[in-house]
Design a protein around this ligand. Structure first.
Ligand SMILES: NC(=O)c1ccc[n+]([C@@H]2O[C@H](COP(=O)([O-])OP(=O)(O)OC[C@H]3O[C@@H](n4cnc5c(N)ncnc54)[C@H](O)[C@@H]3O)[C@@H](O)[C@H]2O)c1
Length: 272
């Protein structure tokens, strides 16, 4: 129980990776504010963790709005008396387009949620954490924040690079208040949305080309990383990006493994 009785806010906790994070943190003993634009989904997750509402509550908020971010923290404080952990997970992607066709509205919306949303939620929670001289912030970034998205648009890549910058810079700013700020950078996560919006052949082709471990990540595996970075075990870690990507960032997938196998066979043949 690495988060026993800690109070955690998980944004975008109503489905996908956020749901996985909320479940793992609950298993580790945390009390949870499951925050989502979709209140029904947030309620479903909170109720499944604790139907009595004592250890998990649902909150409606749009993280791209300052007033909502502040209300989210106030409501969590009313329910649990404090906030120990903030997981900035809420994130969106627009339709895949090339730069020439990218609508200004899509750029504003994606940057508004993915980048400004992280900023506003951090601003809302920090006074409480600073007053107590402790706290953990985990941003759900992406390998798109280190390299680029594998099947999205430039706005998504840019927004996740903003999350990387926010993580590193804020880690430095709040280090003397005893607050740790880190990021988890997933590769592909097999969420229900990913299953609905991509064809299985396309997913298989991507995995084969770029994921050495040979599969996309489960939502709970993002939860494991977020839970670790929120725990006392990570007290000396700050400003870091933890890729949970099955090895995508090594840059070498199965295609290259078969090239290596072929080279070894060729060499053996030459030697004998
Ligand atoms: N799915 C992937 O392959 C993948 C890969 C790398 C990183 N990520 C990141 O992981 C995070 C979660 O992604 P996911 O795939 O689980 O997404 P998802 O769409 O399945 O879930 C996102 C949740 O966030 C909520 N949300 C969206 N906008 C919001 C807002 N303005 N305010 C509050 N809640 C909002 C949605 O209602 C939804 O419940 C995102 O930050 C995403 O960029 C996902």
């Amino acid at each position: 129980m690495e988060l026993k009785d800690k109070v955690a806010i998980v944004t975008g906790g109503g489905r996908g990776a956020g749901e996985g994070i909320a479940r793992v943190m609950a298993r580790e003993g945390a009390r949870l504010a499951v925050v989502d634009l979709n209140l029904e989904n947030a309620r479903r997750v909170a109720n499944s963790i604790d139907p009595t509402g004592t250890r998990a509550i649902a909150i409606h908020a749009d993280v791209s709005r300052k007033a909502d971010a502040e209300a989210m923290v106030a409501e969590t404080m009313r329910a649990f008396g404090t906030v120990d952990i903030l997981v900035n997970n809420a994130g969106i992607e627009g339709p895949p387009v090339l730069l020439q066709d990218l609508a200004e509205e899509q750029w504003d919306r994606v940057m508004g949620v993915n980048a400004k949303g992280v900023l506003l939620c951090c601003q809302a929670v920090l006074p409480t954490m600073i007053a107590r001289m402790r706290g953990k912030i985990v941003n759900i970034d992406s390998i798109a924040g280190i390299r680029m998205t594998f099947f999205g648009s430039i706005d998504y890549t840019a927004s996740k690079h903003a999350v990387t910058g926010l993580t590193r810079h804020l880690a430095w700013e709040v280090a003397d208040h005893g607050i740790n700020v880190n990021a988890v950078c997933p590769g592909g996560i097999l969420t229900p949305l990913m299953e609905q919006s991509t064809r299985p052949e396309m997913r298989d082709a991507i995995v084969k080309r770029v994921v050495p471990l040979g599969r996309f990540c489960k939502i709970e595996e993002i939860g494991e990383a977020a839970s670790f970075l929120s725990s006392e075990r990570a007290n000396m870690i700050t400003g870091q990006l933890l890729a949970v990507d099955g090895g995508v960032l090594t840059g070498y997938g199965e295609d290259l493994r078969s090239v290596l196998r072929q080279r070894m066979e060729d060499r053996n043949a030459l030697e004998h």
